[in-house]
Design a binder for this molecule. Structure first.
Ligand code: 13P
Length: 355
């Protein structure tokens, strides 16, 4: 059985050199049943868009100041166990001259790094996309590790249309995620595997469930073929919701669809599922996570890895003015705390009114 043999070889490769100890301790530091991940890894183009929405120019100093502000938030480590950084941030320092990965680590937050190089059209599959960045990944990971990163993130993007994703889109994107994850594990870096099915469009919640299920099946098939050790990775999927041009589904319905599809497709060996927010509003993303955690016991931790849903209120409070730093930090801490409560299934809408 050649596939089985390659899985066994990969496992031997990871276990033989003690790499699994590094991976295991990173998982233990990140998955504790009560904390989630802050995604602060916006690429240069994306952060420029986010800053633009509050009238701030995306200069290197503004990006450094803003991301230092996030990581310097006192108490953030109570609710956040990992932060995904962009390459530039890994080399930046806070106001006191301390490297930002170190600032995170001192709060008990594991620093990680986005390693993909963005997406483009997938040739041969009109409407589908593919992500770039595998060339030289091993060397880059070694450098990132020296700068303090202990986990990585790679995002494949799947638009929904009546024809997309195509079969080629499903297999090609899954293959990229699996190759990336296998390289990470061999380098002692925990991979976050992120297949993002986009919320854009007018598709129904049933169509979203159908697509996400196809995507997850294909991804776990590829992860198996590439010998990725499921116990030593984190899955970062979308929640199952209707397209954003449709009326929103109530949290209970989102949770039922999401849980049903996850149970059909994600092996119980995966320790944690950290959802992306993907265009859900901050309160909506918290309410949906809460509903998921109020359902029957899941075999995985159900947590968050939110970008916009954690940062939006903080960004609005900041508006590029250093005098607003404390207000912005309070806004971030509040969202982090409410999402922590959602992990426990103890979030109530009335808590939004409390400061
Ligand atoms: P959002 O939560 O804003 O979707 O960002 C998460 C992320 O990391 C996207 O890659």
């Amino acid at each position: 059985m050649p596939i089985l043999k390659s899985v066994m070889n990969r496992r031997r490769e990871v276990f033989s050199v003690g790499i699994s100890d590094d991976l295991q301790s990173t998982i233990a530091d990140m998955v504790d049943g009560r904390r989630g991940i802050l995604a602060a890894d916006e690429s240069s183009g994306t952060i420029a868009k986010r800053f633009d929405s509050v009238g701030v120019e995306s200069t290197e100093e503004h990006r450094r100041f803003y991301r230092s502000l996030l990581l310097d938030t006192e108490g953030l480590g109570q609710y956040v166990s990992g932060v995904i950084l962009f390459e530039e941030t890994l080399g930046q320092k806070n106001g006191q001259g301390r490297p930002l990965p170190q600032v995170a680590a001192e709060q008990g937050i594991v620093p990680g790094i986005k390693v993909d190089k963005g997406k483009g059209p997938l040739a041969g599959a009109p409407g589908d996309l593919i992500t770039f960045g595998l060339d030289g990944l091993e060397e880059r990971l070694q450098g990132y590790r020296e700068q303090g990163a202990r986990f990585a993130k790679w995002r494949e993007v799947y638009p929904i249309s009546p024809r997309n994703p195509t079969r080629l889109g499903l297999t090609a994107n899954a293959e990229m995620l699996a190759r990336y994850a296998a390289v990470c594990q061999c380098c002692g870096v925990v991979p976050i595997v992120e297949p993002e099915v986009l919320i854009d469009g007018d598709h129904s919640i049933e169509r979203s469930a159908e697509v996400n299920e196809m995507v997850w099946h294909e991804v776990f098939h590829a992860l198996h073929e590439h010998g990725v050790i499921l116990e030593l990775m984190i899955l970062k999927p979308s929640m199952i919701t209707p397209g954003k041009e449709c009326a929103k589904a109530p949290p209970k319905q989102v949770a039922e669809y999401t849980m049903r599809s996850l149970r059909r497709s994600v092996p119980a060996a995966v320790p944690s599922i950290n959802f992306l927010s993907g265009g859900q509003g901050p309160e909506e993303a918290t309410a949906n996570l809460n509903a998921l955690n109020q359902m029957w016991q899941a075999p995985w931790q159900l947590s968050f890895s939110y970008g916009r849903a954690l940062q939006e209120p903080a960004l609005k409070a900041w508006e590029g003015d250093s005098g607003n730093a404390e207000k912005a930090q309070a806004a971030l801490l509040k969202r982090a705390r409410l999402n922590h409560l959602a992990m426990l299934g103890e979030y109530r809408e009335s808590q939004e009114e409390e400061s």
